[in-house]
Write a protein of this length. Structure first.
Length: 310
């Protein structure tokens, strides 16, 4: 949640009046993440999170905010957008569409325990079930087609060893057929820094702005790649998720390839930010190297046929 757009105090105070959240007291930029501009906003009525959307179309934004409302109504601990009197969930601010969302308590964890991996596996299963009846979900914005397009564009910009790895993995993923796998709305960015905890209880899940329809198993692979540093935490995650949604035989077979697809996707996201950065006042740049190393490790596991399957 980097800051690309600066908001003045007077214009923010005027913008807040339509939401009836009390007088503006303080607001502070949040310098984390990479996609949008975010601020903590403290008013007479409490703390909120302000997000200014840097690149989403208004149609995309309507869909993402509606999804968060949909999930919150079904008991998921995700931020709810505050509508104005006309029911509008976002309005222009500083030249960008902006939304004020409920603040979620808790803190992120750097080294999840097996208990926390069980909890996030259970929550992911609940999220997939809760989103099953969300109407007309958009496709995953960073799905297979995006990976092919961005990967091809980055090939001449990266070092030769990276280019060889990238070209080979793009070819491998192009040869996979995931059409038989169960599909639905996925969060697609459920990293440790997008989940808040109070003890071993999930108190908040946010940053739904990569969400879209794709293979449900891809979401589990994304979580496994970021959360699970040991066989024990991986087993805890998978067992909890399977208790919510049993996996098909096709999903079990596709698991190693989808873990590679998830690693490739986030390697590309970070390579793109490094080689084709956007200007911003406070910008957090994330290192692509951990995902390159993860992809290399997963490829070696495939070659050795030492696979951990759900």
């Amino acid at each position: 949640m980097s800051v690309y757009t600066t908001v003045g105090r007077a214009e923010l105070a005027a913008w807040l009046q339509a939401l009836a959240v009390g007088e503006l007291r303080e607001y502070t930029a949040i310098a984390a993440g990479t996609q949008n501009s975010n601020y903590f906003v403290d008013t007479a009525d409490g703390r909120f999170v302000l997000t200014l959307f840097e690149h989403l179309s208004t149609a995309e934004l309507d869909g993402y905010l509606a999804l968060q409302e949909h999930l919150a109504q079904r008991g998921l601990p995700c931020p709810r957008p505050l509508p104005d009197a006309a029911g509008q969930r976002w309005r222009p601010l500083a030249g960008k569409p902006a939304a004020l969302l409920s603040y979620l308590p808790g803190r992120a964890v750097d080294a999840p325990s097996a208990a926390q991996c069980r909890a996030i596996g259970q929550l992911l299963g609940q999220l997939h079930a809760a989103a099953a009846d969300f109407p007309s979900p958009p496709p995953n914005p960073c799905g297979a087609a995006w990976c092919r397009r961005v990967g091809t564009r980055l090939l001449p910009l990266v070092r030769p060893p990276e280019a060889a790895l990238l070209q080979d993995e793009l070819a491998f993923q192009a040869a996979q057929d995931y059409r038989a796998l169960p599909r639905g709305v996925i969060h697609a960015d459920l990293f440790r820094d997008n989940v808040l905890w109070q003890g071993d209880q999930v108190s908040g899940v946010f940053d739904f702005y990569f969400a879209g329809e794709d293979c449900l198993l891809l979401d589990l692979a994304i979580v496994a790649n970021d959360w699970c540093a040991s066989p024990a935490t991986l087993a805890a995650l998978i067992a909890a998720y399977r208790a919510s949604r049993p996996l098909t035989a096709a999903e079990t077979t596709a698991w190693p390839a989808l873990r590679r697809a998830a690693a490739l996707r986030f390697w590309l996201l970070r390579l793109e930010a490094r080689h084709q950065p956007r200007a911003g006042e406070v910008v957090t740049s994330k290192d692509p190297e951990p995902f390159r190393h993860l992809l290399e490790n997963l490829r070696r596991e495939s070659v050795r046929r030492q696979r951990v399957t759900p």
